[in-house]
Design a protein around this ligand. Structure first.
Ligand SMILES: [Zn+2]
Length: 93
C-alpha cells in the first residue's frame, strides 16, 4: 500500500547543494501545506511544503516526489541520492 500525501504530514524536503560542493544537498523537515486534487493521478505527486531549515523557514508550492536514485555516484553509502527541490517520506533510522 502506497502512502498518500495529505495536509499536515511531515516529510523530507531536499535542499539544493551548490555545484562546487560548498553546501551539500540535505534532507530538511517539511510539513505538507497543500495537496492538489490531481495528485492521485500523478506519479510526481506535487505538494505544497513549509520547509523548516535550521536557520529559517520557507514555503514552496509544486514540489515533486522523488524516491531517490540508489546508484547515484554522490550517494552516501547505503543511502539513496535525492534530487534537490523534491520531497520524500522520512527514511527509517
Ligand atoms: Zn530524507
Amino acid at each position: 500500500v502506497t502512502q498518500q500525501p495529505s495536509v499536515g504530514r511531515i516529510v523530507h524536503y531536499v535542499s539544493y547543494g551548490t555545484p562546487g560542493g560548498e553546501f551539500k544537498s540535505e534532507c530538511r523537515a517539511a510539513i505538507i501545506t497543500e495537496v492538489p486534487d490531481a495528485v492521485w493521478q500523478d506519479d510526481a505527486q506535487p505538494v505544497g511544503l513549509a520547509v523548516l531549515n535550521p536557520t529559517g523557514m520557507f514555503f514552496n508550492r509544486d514540489c515533486v516526489y522523488h524516491g531517490g536514485d540508489a546508484e547515484h555516484v554522490d550517494a552516501t553509502p547505503g543511502h539513496p541520492a535525492y534530487r534537490g527541490g523534491t520531497w520524500h517520506w522520512p527514511e527509517r533510522v
